[in-house]
Design a protein around this ligand. Sequence first.
Ligand code: ADP
Ligand code: MG
Length: 285
Amino acid sequence: VIKNLFELEKIAVLGHGNGGTVYKVFHKGTSSIYALKVLRFNDDSDRVWQQATREAEILKLVDSPFVIRCNSAFYNNGLAVGSDEPGGADLSFVMEYMEGGSLQDLLVSRKTLLEKEISEVAGCVLLGFRYLHDMQIVHGDIKPSNLLVNGEGKVKIADFGVSHVVDGGGVARHLLLESCMGTCAYMSPERFDPERWGGGGDGFAGDVWSLGVVALECHMGRFPLTRAGQRPDWATLMCIMCFRERVEVPETASPEFRSFVERCLEKDWRKRATVDELLEHPFVN
Ligand code: ADP
Ligand code: MG
């Protein structure tokens, strides 16, 4: 256990995101490598603080081989690693280091993945979902940059920045308020337009939708819901969600993969496959 941020030495920047930077760090005491996510708050916007605190609480709670592990979290104690960035309060998480980077990085270098590989990714993510959903946690922001790969090629779910613990029906509304923190491209139809879908549901089905988009993106080598080169902005996505019959899966997909993706991308969340159903699906078995 790391007791102080002074024990860590910054080696490199691994990624930037919503108000945070992730560093690769070295822990001298154990000669091991970790990832350190530092969230910096220059104003004291309640919403951002609330969200970061929730991320810390969720990370403290979870313990699964399919979810990023967090060793410790620190408040306002980041000077050792962040002294070149003056001012503001911060919150830091020491996490296991994922050598393979994100699925996003993998897609940039490889362009597409084989179905066998997509099946591996989907299997890991679904086991992660089963764990999280059993704990009543909705991830809410599944996309390639939030799925990380370790040295053994295993995929884990990361970034609980918009996640929620289900507390009797209030989740969908919270998620809606935080809908477009990063990109809304992977967001489910019921989050875009809860009215149309008879209420947003509890949010679990939304994670399944996002997995379907990610799986199809890995096969096609580009964001799959829009036409090639078309930006997945709010208006375009809204059109697709509301008017297009169903998401088109290319001819190149095997029948198993097609069926898997179509079950994830069922627009009506009540008819969409559940995590348990997908774990039994021939594509991941
Ligand atoms: P944000 O909330 O800013 O999106 P993330 O937790 O998603 O933060 O991290 C941003 C990026 O940093 C990721 O997409 C990934 O490339 C890299 N990263 C995050 N955590 C790790 C980790 N544990 N190991 C390796 N790289 C990581
Ligand atoms: Mg992220």
